[in-house]
Design a protein around this ligand. Structure first.
Ligand code: M6R
Length: 604
């Protein structure tokens, strides 16, 4: 999705913002642009990769710049719809993330006042509104437009009158200010500027920030200065290289043993769970997330319910935010409900809104997140940070595994606290989790054989993934991975549901990927495979090591390293990731940046 960077200081700004903008490419975008101060506002914008923008840039001495990557919401990807947008007089340039919901009303009233519009973008109303209210002070003009614009936004604006000042404001989408030595930064994503500074300010919604090389002021909407805290954040290892892998996604799949180990150190040595204050009798838990994070939540439900007997409901954040399901779970709220929000980015608009809705209902909120300091971590009551490192591929892989691991650890913690498991059992669980990275390494070492399955899938128009019990969410995740990177239609189903409708779709060209794990549902799953085979659909089964029966009833198969069924989702996940990756690779798709998708979904 869209990204913003801004720089004001003592160095050539163009180089810095282009370098920073490239750090945001992983988020997904369709065009990019830059505005500079060269005595007048100079701007360039181009559809396509940042390289297209670079190819039209002249050298510049400007010491201030704002730049943007656009992910189209209003108007097709094109040069003219890209940001920055300028006021009619060319004196103000604006970049914007988010959406202005009432832009059509604003546009028509500005048109009545004589303003012209060049693009289809909602953003173009902002520089013109600013220009309407500008009386020599850009901060004042920004404060005035806040009453008029509705929607979610991060805005960065510059005016020709001031060659040093960037003015920025946010509502529900991220904004960070980075502090340097006589130079300061504005960004919508901390990754954009971590190379340059670890001193970060996180403004609140509607706070207006005036950033100059030697001065940062944070003001409320009435223009009273407010105190701000400067936080020192951890420097991330920059992930610029694919380290010999053809795609970031493949690299990130292979990084999973390390991501799990690093997260184990966080979970079992730094013990963030002890600081969550979960010491009341929890009557119910709601887990709320989107996409892959939602699937991690579904796995978490099985583990938490199995270990603690606390009922867990799992919700899509986009639904939860508009419902009031928490109080509905157990009727009247007898004890404070716990709501767990899962988001690798910590920025997903729906998950953030769901966190706010849960807080409004008086719930205790805990986030599982991979980005320290991200919006969600600042809004909830407690945080579990996963240590996956930055994930660049749009398809979530290593963050999924570390989210699941965090939920297993949370289940163990709650079970120990409530007395359902003793210290010995707690340690046994911990040891079992510690054994998973080496099993994943074994699986990765045999990944070549997964390639042999590719021809059975890559020509299909439609596929199914089926699983039961704790591996039903893995069927959903397998289907999501395959569809998002290979563009083959895929559906994930609980295996027992096929006969209630989807069997009608099966034929010899509809492959079914079956997850056959030897838990208490195993014999039922084997029957489901036989029902599918009887309809001539080819079955590719992923089974535990030595499971001859599952492989005998299937057309093709893959054996996982030995694993306890309750921990099998970690290995099944790696299998479905690799299978999807190799299919997409065979089809020559854009694996790290699938069409139409973005890494962080910061709009609704
Ligand atoms: O950052 P989040 O975990 O909140 O993102 C949620 C989804 O957008 C995300 O998991 C998405 O489904 C994956 N990129 C799919 O691989």
């Amino acid at each position: 999705m869209c990204g913003i960077v801004g720089y004001t200081g003592n160095k050539p700004a163009q180089e810095i913002v282009i370098d920073s903008l490239k750090k945001l490419e992983y988020r997904g975008y369709d065009s990019s642009g830059i505005a500079l101060h060269e005595g007048e506002i100079v701007f360039s914008k181009k559809e396509g990769p940042i390289a297209n923008l670079e190819s039209v840039l002249d050298s510049s001495n400007s010491k201030m710049a704002i730049a943007h990557t656009r992910w189209a919401t209003h108007g097709v990807p094109s040069d003219v719809n890209s940001h920055p947008h300028l006021s009619n007089d060319g004196k103000i340039a604006v970049v914007h993330n988010g959406t202005i919901d009432n832009y059509l009303d604003i546009k028509s009233s500005l048109e009545n006042e004589g303003f012209n519009f060049l693009s289809e973008s909602d953003t173009e109303v902002i520089p013109n509104l600013l220009s309407k209210y500008y009386e020599g002070d850009l901060v004042k003009a920004v404060s005035k437009i806040l009453d008029e614009i509705e929607g979610i936004y991060t805005i960065a604006a510059i005016h020709v009158d001031n060659p040093e000042q960037i003015v920025s404001v946010r509502n529900e989408t991220p904004l960070v200010i980075g502090l340097g030595n006589e130079e300061n930064y504005v960004a919508s994503d901390i990754y954009a500027i971590l190379k340059y500074t670890q001193q970060i300010i996180y403004p609140d919604d509607h706070q207006i920030v005036s950033v100059s090389p030697k001065d940062v002021k944070v003001l409320d909407q009435n223009l009273n200065e407010v105190k701000f805290e400067v936080e020192t954040v951890e420097k991330y290892t920059e992930v610029a290289e694919k380290g010999g892998f053809e795609h970031f996604m493949l690299k990130e799949i292979f990084e999973q043993p390390k991501a799990l180990q690093d997260s184990q150190t966080e979970l079992f040595v730094n013990s963030p769970l002890d600081n969550l204050d979960l010491n009341w009798k929890i009557g119910s838990i709601s887990v709320v997330a989107c996409g892959t994070s939602y699937h991690a939540g579904l796995v978490g439900k099985y583990v938490i319910e199995q270990l603690t007997a606390i009922p867990v409901s799992v919700h899509y954040a986009s639904e939860f935010r508009y419902a009031a399901p928490v109080q509905g779970v157990g009727g009247l709220m007898s004890s404070r409900p716990l709501v767990i929000l899962i988001s690798q980015s910590g920025e997903t608009a729906d998950t953030l809104a769901a966190a706010r809705a849960a807080k409004q209902q008086g719930c205790h909120t805990v986030a599982i997140c991979n980005v320290p300091g991200s919006r969600i971590t600042r809004e909830v009551d407690g945080v579990i940070i996963t240590k996956s490192g930055q994930e660049i591929g749009v398809a979530a892989t290593k963050t999924f595994l570390t989210q699941m691991q965090a939920l297993y650890a949370l289940a163990m913690h709650l079970a120990f606290q409530s007395g359902s498991i003793d210290h010995v059992m707690l340690k046994n669980w911990e040891n079992e989790l510690r054994g998973i990275p080496s099993k994943i390494t074994q699986l990765l070492n045999s990944s070549e054989s997964i390639k042999e399955l590719v021809p059975h899938i890559s020509k299909a128009k439609s596929t199914f993934f089926i699983g039961r019990n704790i591996n039903y969410p893995l069927a959903l995740e397998g289907a999501l991975k395959l569809k998002e990177i290979s563009y083959i239609h895929a559906e994930g189903y609980p295996a027992g549901e096929l006969k209630h409708g989807p069997l009608a779709l099966l034929s010899s060209d509809t492959p079914v990927i079956a997850i056959a794990i030897q838990d208490h549902t195993y014999s039922k799953l084997i029957s489901n495979i036989e029902e599918i085979s009887a309809r001539s659909a080819p079955v590719i089964t992923v089974a535990q090591k030595g499971d001859k029966q599952a492989l005998r009833v299937s057309d093709h198969g893959f054996e996982l390293p030995e694993v306890d069924p309750v921990l099998s989702p970690f290995l099944v996940a790696v299998f479905v990731q690799l299978l999807s990756y190799y299919v997409a690779h065979d089809l020559g798709k854009s694996i790290d940046k699938p069409r139409n998708l973005a890494k962080s979904v910061t709009v609704e």
